[in-house]
Design a protein around this ligand. Structure first.
Ligand SMILES: [Mn+2]
Length: 250
């Protein structure tokens, strides 16, 4: 499937949001923009898909999860699983195996948002116990509920990407959360047009076979969302608002 010919399900507008990483202010701005888009251009049905990495790096993981739990009441919201979300869950189970990664790549800020202070060289088992105690049950349930992929007609939504030339049902969880070059460098079409995050790009990157929506909100302040309807694609982001730089297929 290629950009310009891939179609969403009939009569359903899809909003796909990139890597949030604790950026609550950007997330709130984006949802306000989505709400105004929905009232300016009403549609029979809409679905919001977040491509994962809710925690780490940015200031307020706890706030982000609370906000998304609330938005589930108001919207049809599908939350996908990123490698950071997976590491957070693994840190609760196997702190000694994954603690170094978790603390190095933003876990200290994640725990701080839950009131748990951590040092870089903390006792990992103790820290993991404290973190587990501080995590509200519905937040643990949120992280456990995250899906690896979502298919919407001719589009596929996934955190990192897929292994080229491997059927969707044979994709590994690891590739879907972690893959980079083997996917990013692949030029031919996949069975679906892939919308993904995980690898930071300055601006939403529309390629013939994929759309990368991770604009590094925790560094840039720009949280991006691609709006898909039929063969049409548009952009909303937390800095510029609605942005007419999308396009429409045949
Ligand atoms: Mn990631």
């Amino acid at each position: 499937m290629e950009l310009g010919t891939a179609k969403t399900p009939p009569d359903c507008r899809i909003y796909a949001i990139g890597d949030i990483h604790g950026c609550i202010e950007e997330l709130e701005s984006l949802f306000a923009l989505i709400r105004s888009d929905l009232s300016a251009r009403p549609v029979a049905a809409h679905r919001i898909i977040t491509v994962g990495d809710y925690c780490d790096r940015g200031p307020d993981t706890r706030g982000v999860v609370d906000f998304l739990l609330g938005m589930r009441e108001e919207h049809d919201l599908v939350c996908l699983r990123g490698n950071h979300d997976q590491r957070l869950l693994e840190f609760l189970e196997s702190p000694e195996e994954v603690g170094d990664f978790f603390l190095t790549y933003g876990g200290i800020k994640t725990m701080l948002s839950y009131g748990v202070e951590a040092e870089r060289h903390a006792d990992l088992r103790q820290l993991s116990r404290n973190f587990r105690r501080a995590l509200p049950r519905n937040h643990v349930a949120f992280f456990n509920s995250l899906k690896l992929m979502q298919v919407e007609n001719e589009y596929l939504f996934v955190h990192a990407g897929i292994r080229p030339d491997v059927p969707l049902e044979k994709q590994s969880a690891h590739d879907m959360m972690w893959i980079r070059n083997a996917f990013l460098d692949h030029r031919r079409a996949h069975e679906k047009l892939v919308v993904h995050g995980h690898t930071i790009t300055d601006a939403v990157d529309f390629q013939p076979n994929r759309i990368n929506i991770d604009t590094g909100a925790f560094m840039s302040g720009r949280l991006s969302c691609v709006v898909l309807e039929g063969t049409r694609y548009d952009l909303i982001d937390s800095v510029s608002g609605m942005n007419g730089s999308g396009g429409e297929g045949a």
